[in-house]
Design a protein around this ligand. Structure first.
Ligand code: SG4
Ligand code: ZN
Length: 263
């Protein structure tokens, strides 16, 4: 009944309420990447990132993460190469993080957790005409995952961190322009893992080509602390909730192979 499901899910973020059980798909995300079980694929060519910082538009707190959104009405910021047959347009990037530095990433490497994970979300604009259409289709989306580890302050990220207090509450949006997403990539983008998966939030569509960078980027503890100062809740709500632990639990591999671009 609605009553018992509300009881069971009351500790879960509201976005997940109504998502009854796991959809039972065969290619859900995120997963653990078992390094020695991944298979080197010499066909996996380097990825090509052609990003135009002028397509950057705004930051939005959507009540689950914050999104840096890009104009995807033309082919100006494009990802291609690697396992991809087509060119995919960047529409947004966002992060997942924990309440402490001990966890927060969605993917793991040999069960190692990272404090945060960046997702650059792209859709196939050669096969589909809108993001909303691509989301439901095979080969519709391509997401680049980058692990964040704690170390020295990340200069590129700091411009974004400085803007976050303006989107502290759910549903707040601020203009944010000329941000080059390439500054958040690790120096080595040749080494990555690739596997077929899904979105990690509802609708959990199995339309994502995942590419997870092997090399993490370094950010400072203070920069992550600003992520944790954001709120899941809107300004009107009485009880404010910190935006932390906004990751999905890991999903079964179910016979999939994780490919690696490196041996
Ligand atoms: C985050 O919740 C984003 O805020 C969502 O963006 C995103 O959904 C969702 O994560 C799932 O993306 O790369 N983690 S993920 O699989 O990109 C979509 C929005 O809701 C559809 C716009
Ligand atoms: Zn994500």
């Amino acid at each position: 009944s609605a009553c018992s499901s509300k009881f069971v899910l009351s500790h879960v973020h509201p976005m997940w309420q109504g998502t009854l059980a796991v959809p039972g798909g065969d290619r859900q995300s995120p997963i653990d990447i078992a390094v020695r079980k991944s298979v080197f694929d010499p066909q996996l060519k380097p990825l090509t990132f052609q990003y135009d910082p002028r397509t950057c538009q705004q930051i939005w707190n959507n009540g689950y993460s914050f999104l840096v959104e890009y104009d995807d009405t033309t082919d100006k910021s494009i990802l291609s190469g690697g396992p991809l047959q087509d060119a995919y347009r960047l529409c947004q990037f966002h992060f997942h993080w924990g309440e402490s530095n001990a966890w927060g990433s969605e993917h793991t490497v040999d069960r190692r957790l990272f404090p945060a994970e960046l997702h650059l979300v792209h859709w196939n604009a050669e096969k589909y005409s809108l993001f909303e259409e691509a989301v439901m289709e095979e080969n519709g989306l391509a997401v680049i995952g980058v692990f964040l580890k704690v170390g020295k302050r990340h200069e590129g990220l700091q411009k974004l961190v400085d803007a976050l207090p303006a989107v502290r509450h759910k549903d707040s949006v601020v203009e944010f322009t000329r941000f080059d997403p390439a500054c958040l990539l690790p120096t080595n983008t040749h080494d990555y893992w690739a596997y077929p998966g899904s979105l990690t939030t509802p609708p959990l569509s199995e339309s994502v080509s995942w590419m997870i960078m092997k090399q993490p980027i370094e950010v400072s503890h203070d920069q992550l602390a600003v992520f944790r100062s954001l709120l899941f809740t809107s300004a009107e709500e009485e009880v404010q909730k910190s935006m932390v632990n906004n990751f999905r639990v890991q999903q079964a591999l179910r016979g999939r192979t994780v490919s690696s671009s490196f041996s």
